[in-house]
Design a protein around this ligand. Structure first.
Ligand SMILES: C[S@@+](CC[C@H](N)C(=O)[O-])C[C@H]1O[C@@H](n2cnc3c(N)ncnc32)[C@H](O)[C@@H]1O
Length: 239
């Protein structure tokens, strides 16, 4: 009987695979899956893990960082806020262009390593979703982030982007985020099925649903695909 039932429910291996993914998503939603301690542990290997740049999830890492800088096209002395600065790889590219850098991260160890690359910049330890330190309560010419927002649900992303555009960006400023991203859920599914057990579910950006959700709150999002698992977005208040 159980055999017949399972045959009816799971017509093929794909159904079983999809169910496994649903359980993975539920587990992920019910826990703070990646607390600061996880990043503290990862910090000393982090630059090594992104250095080789091939394969999911960091395929095209350097290209993504450079695309963010190019899209911002910052002038020397521009102020740049890097959200989830990590070991400082993105901020360093802006510093090399003569920009003034502010960086937030909730991992003390990531910040310690960022400080080595960027000795003279403003760094602070904070959860991006919580209250920021007073030094960060002003408007920036550029707000950027790389490989961080995929830890946030779609609702959190929308809320944060609204807050950043309304409260933290200068009127002619640019908000550019690069991350693990797909044009649509079906594009994400294709890679998930190709990778099988190597797939690791997080809140990767789906450009179509993100664009629609932001349009509802008066924000225009543009998506630029960089690799088959990464892309960058810029965001503007409409009207
Ligand atoms: C994958 S690393 C990316 C680091 C860097 N932006 C880069 O591109 O190399 C993600 C970073 O985001 C930070 N992070 C994740 N969630 C955060 C949160 N809620 N508040 C602050 N930092 C967060 C982690 O500590 C980590 O440094």
């Amino acid at each position: 009987m159980a055999h017949i039932l399972s045959k009816r429910i799971f017509r093929n291996k794909k159904d079983v695979f999809n169910l496994k993914n649903v359980f993975q998503k539920v587990k992920f939603l019910m826990t703070d899956f990646y607390p600061p301690s996880e990043f503290d542990e990862w910090a000393h290997d982090y630059d090594q893990s992104v250095a080789d740049n091939t394969g999911f999830p960091f395929d095209g890492y350097a290209e993504v960082l450079q695309s963010i800088v190019d899209l911002c096209s910052p002038r020397p002395n521009a102020s740049v806020l890097d959200l989830g600065i990590g070991t400082g790889n993105l901020a360093l590219r802006f510093a090399q262009r003569g920009c003034r850098i502010w960086g937030l991260d909730f991992s003390a160890e990531m910040l310690r390593l960022a400080r080595v690359k960027l000795p003279d910049v403003a760094l602070a330890q904070a959860d991006l979703r919580a209250e920021w330190p007073p030094d960060f309560h002003h408007r920036f010419n550029n707000i950027v982030s790389a490989y961080t927002f995929h830890h946030f649900t779609l609702d959190e992303k929308v809320y944060q982007i609204q807050r950043l555009l309304r409260n933290n960006l200068t009127s002619d400023g640019k908000l550019v985020i690069g991350d693990i991203a797909f044009s649509s859920e079906s594009e994400q599914d294709q890679l998930r099925q190709t990778l099988g057990s190597e797939w690791d579910q997080e809140f990767y950006w789906l450009a179509d649903e993100t664009t629609q959700a932001l349009a509802l709150v008066g924000i225009q999002a543009n998506f630029y695909r960089v690799t088959n698992c990464a892309g960058i977005f810029d965001f503007h208040l409409k009207g």
